[in-house]
Design a protein around this ligand. Structure first.
Ligand code: KG4
Ligand code: ZN
Length: 363
């Protein structure tokens, strides 16, 4: 049976995130049409486990989600002083992501929902990121342009309302997060590379190397970061050969210059494209979401560009930029408030490792 928010005054939504290398659980509560409130959340990052391999190992990720989901769920309910029976809807990340990892979250969510005879709602991971700024102290209002920058996606979306998204442009190859991660790996910074590269960049000169800004001359809103990665590699190899050392053996200041120049190129492209998207849509509000949205240089440059154009820019709280359960429970709660009919007592737990965001509907 379909289950809509209008049936009850308030709903408690328990959300599970397990699409990649973070296990997240959270409880969000709705009151009528007011913005849903986060009651409690718990997160376990698998970064330490994957670090030894230099990247996410899907099978290890799935197995670890199995270990973490229920204990985290118990913690979330205990913190909110609730029992499982107090939950009205169970939400989970249905995709996109690693198939095995998604299946674990979906299986746990559906089993719990079946046990308490409540509906389940599969949530799109990127919709979770996109709506996560609604949990911040400065929530946006619809409509807006969203810049989604994660490890797997780089997209510009026109957001008309919950579940109503139009794709404006996206990367034709690597994602922005991937560009950070691959360059970090090249410079011997380990995994995940984004925060490490950003930290090293603080000590470097962003103008030291002239790196390409691919596609910027083209009249569209797409991105390309694969060429940038190659250009950094060429520069780093040239420098390493001239010093007679491997790339990892370059002086800290040289690696810092490469890191700063790379970050500058990525940020420059993201800022220019985001501003162009706002102009094209005739909108004055930008929302930035996804792991790369935690990047301080990106935030500073977007703040500057939006302030001088008279635009507003909204971010999730720093801790909610990378994957977490709160954004999944929040997206589910907002979908239910918007009249979504997709929460059902059907416990099939099918997942969608590939799933375009603009294919979503509310009904
Ligand atoms: O959204 P997210 O947690 O996971 C995906 O859905 O992919 O994003 C992870 C990505 C990684 O590529 C990571 O290196 C990047 O976000 N990231 C950052 C920063 N923090 C995380 N990139 C640049 N600067 C940061 N501070
Ligand atoms: Zn994500």
């Amino acid at each position: 049976m379909a289950y809509t928010v209008s049936m009850v005054a308030g709903l408690r939504v328990l959300g599970f995130e397990s699409s990649c290398d973070e296990t997240g659980v959270a409880l969000v509560e709705t009151r009528g049409q007011a913005l849903p409130v986060l009651r409690s959340q718990a997160l376990f990052s698998q970064i330490d486990m994957h670090q030894a391999y230099g990247g996410v190992v899907p099978e290890l990720a799935s197995r670890d989600h199995i270990r973490r989901l229920l204990p985290l769920g118990r913690r979330v309910l205990a913190e909110a002083r609730l029992g499982l029976n107090d939950v009205d809807v169970v939400a989970f990340t249905q995709g996109p992501g690693l198939a095995g990892a998604l299946l674990v979250g979906a299986g746990v969510a559906c089993a719990l929902a079946a046990a308490i005879d409540r509906p389940v709602l599969g949530v799109h991971h990127l919709e979770g990121h996109l709506l996560s700024p609604f949990l911040s102290a400065d929530p946006p209002e619809f409509p807006f342009v969203a810049l989604l920058v994660s490890g797997g996606h780089t997209q510009l979306m026109q957001v008309h309302g919950v579940g109503r998204y139009t794709l404006l442009g996206e990367t034709i190859d690597d994602a922005a997060g991937e560009a950070f991660d691959k360059t970090a790996k090249l410079l011997g910074l380990g995994y995940p590379g984004g925060p490490a590269l950003a930290a090293l960049a603080l000590q470097g000169d962003p103008t030291a190397y002239r790196l390409p800004r691919p596609l910027l001359t083209q009249d569209n809103l797409d991105f390309s970061f694969a060429g940038l990665k190659t250009a950094v590699m060429v520069q780093a190899r040239r420098l390493a050969e001239s010093r007679g050392v491997p790339i990892h053996g370059l002086a800290l200041s040289e690696r810092a210059d490469l890191a700063a120049s790379t970050q500058e190129a990525i940020v420059d492209v993201l800022v220019r494209r985001a501003m162009a998207a706002l102009a094209r849509c005739g909108l004055r509000r930008l929302v930035v979401a996804g792991g790369v949205g935690a990047n301080r240089q990106l935030r500073a440059r977007l703040d500057q560009a939006c302030a001088s154009a008279g635009f507003r820019v909204h971010y999730p709280e720093l801790a909610l930029c990378t994957d977490n359960g709160a954004m999944i429970a929040m997206a589910a709660a907002m979908r239910l408030q918007a009249g979504c009919q997709q929460a059902q007592r059907v416990y099939r737990f099918d997942v969608r490792p590939r799933w375009p965001l603009d294919a979503l509907t509310i009904s």
